[in-house]
Design a protein. Structure first.
Length: 473
């Protein structure tokens, strides 16, 4: 048995379209031999795929209901896809029940017994094989299934499974697992792509096959290295402009905070003379109040000034106003309290006017800040669009290089005098630059869009782009 874990994904609909239908996005299902669902409320495979997708999207609610904290690293890769393939010689005696038992053992080896799963058997290959799709999101608490040591666990499962069936077909796996048991680090060989494997197998009887294989693998490695370098550089460029955008936003926010503080301080400085004048008026009014309190008529005048006749005429405030009036007439403390309230009302009016001026001043700063943010976002979008378009052109050139590499490989195996003879293993002969990307109409349109975008940027900010062009050259 050969177990294989495929790249994790986020689309159950996509993987369902692949395993439940024939190849090349066909709607037929002739290659599907049988299906089986686990931990799902239906036997319909199409509905099972939708239920798994719904469970994955509901992960946050499931965590909340189970009391699980929604912390840690977030991942959208909830689709775990693996396949189990048997040797072609086992096809005659391999019944569906045995394949289902192996699938359940593989799921158990991954610690996914409680996860939703869909098992699909195909009949389109010489070797019997099944596909297993597992929802990494738990339907109970929304937790994501760990991927730690999953390949090692499957390797040990496959070894044990073959021993139980009485014949070990993959001896190298047994040797590797024994070395791991001794504490040695052993890494399995990488899978050879199908088109390369079939090409090498078709020419396996050639006397110079090993030399050609080695030569072609060196060429593949050299191009693969350049592809990785291109992708790493592209990721760095995108990360750079993202960092610059965040730094620019932070700089604008810091500027806005500083300007807001200054705006408030300007308003307060303008109001400070009024507050000083207000203080002197309060002191003068207090002296007049105290002088009046020394005479009967003066006390009567203070009392009358303390009565809020308007409030007394209001039904809602009448009782409170009459009480205050009685206190003002009967006690000096009541008159003094009424005097202080009048002064406080004047202070509140002045303070409210100052706060309104401060709010207007800060609002102007915020509007300027928002305008700067909008301009910065436009610059960021324009620069990112330019970089993304450049990356697409580079990727198109890289795809062209891989097509040329594939043609070279085919020529090396199919001709008596391979085209790769005398070729430097560290080089591949493929078109570069515009020659590489002008091979198809779609890429040519990308190039035209890129040139138009660069022209627009030069027209908008020629001085800024001058330094960048010098650097690119």
């Amino acid at each position: 048995m050969v177990p294989k874990i495929h790249a994790k994904g986020s689309s159950f609909v996509g993987i369902g379209q692949y395993i439940l239908h024939d190849k090349d996005h066909a709607q037929t299902s002739d290659r599907v031999e049988w299906t089986l669902t686990k931990n799902l409320m239906t036997d319909d495979p199409e509905l099972a795929v939708r239920l798994m997708a719904a469970t994955a999207m509901d992960a946050d609610r499931l965590k909340a209901n189970a009391g699980v904290k929604n912390t840690g690293r977030k991942s959208s890769k909830s689709v775990l896809h693996l396949s189990l393939a048997w040797h072609p010689s086992e096809g005659d005696e391999l019944i569906p029940e045995e394949m289902q038992r192996a699938a359940e053992l593989a799921i158990k080896a991954l610690g996914a017994e409680d996860r939703q799963a869909l098992i699909v058997a195909h009949n389109d290959e010489q070797q019997p094989h099944i596909h297993i799709v597992i929802n990494r999101v738990s339907p109970e608490d929304g937790r994501m299934l760990s991927s730690s040591k999953e390949k090692l666990n499957l390797s040990r499962f496959a070894e044990k499974y073959e021993k139980e069936r009485g014949e070990v077909l993959c001896e190298q796996r047994v040797i590797n697992n024994a070395a791991r048991d001794r504490g040695e680090y052993v890494r399995g060989e990488k899978d050879v792509p199908r088109h390369i494997y079939e090409l090498e197998a078709a020419n396996d009887n050639r006397p110079d096959i090993e030399r050609i294989k080695e030569q072609q693998r060196k060429l593949d490695l050299a191009l693969a290295r350049r592809t990785r370098e291109m992708r790493a550089r592209q990721a760095q460029e995108l990360a750079r402009i993202t960092r610059e955008q965040k730094a620019a936003r932070s700089e604008i926010n810091d500027w806005a905070k500083t300007q807001a503080v200054r705006a408030r301080e300007r308003v307060r400085t303008e109001f400070r003379p009024e507050w000083e004048q207000r203080y002197h008026e309060q002191q003068a009014a207090r002296r007049v109040f105290d002088d009046r309190e020394r005479q009967l008529l003066g006390r009567v005048g203070n009392a009358l000034r303390s009565i809020d006749f308007k409030a007394m005429l209001s039904a809602g405030e009448r009782r409170s106003a009459m009480k205050d009036a009685y206190n003002a007439i009967s006690t000096s403390g009541g008159r003094l309290e009424a005097f202080r309230r009048r002064q406080e009302l004047k202070d509140c009016a002045l303070e409210q006017r100052q706060r309104s001026e401060e709010t207007l001043a800060v609002l102007g700063v915020r509007e300027a800040r928002d305008q700067k943010h909008a301009q910065q976002r436009e610059r960021f979008r324009a620069e990112r669009s330019s970089i993304v378009l450049k990356h697409r052109l580079e990727q198109a050139g890289n795809r062209s290089a891989w097509r040329t590499r594939s043609e070279q490989r085919r020529a090396a195996f199919e001709h008596d005098r391979p085209h790769t003879e005398g070729v430097n293993p560290n080089q591949t002969h493929q078109p570069t630059g515009k020659q590489a990307i002008e091979q198809d109409e779609r890429t040519r349109r990308l190039l035209e869009s890129y040139e138009q975008l660069r022209s627009m940027q030069h027209e908008q900010d020629p001085e800024k782009n001058q330094g960048r062009d010098d650097h690119e050259r």
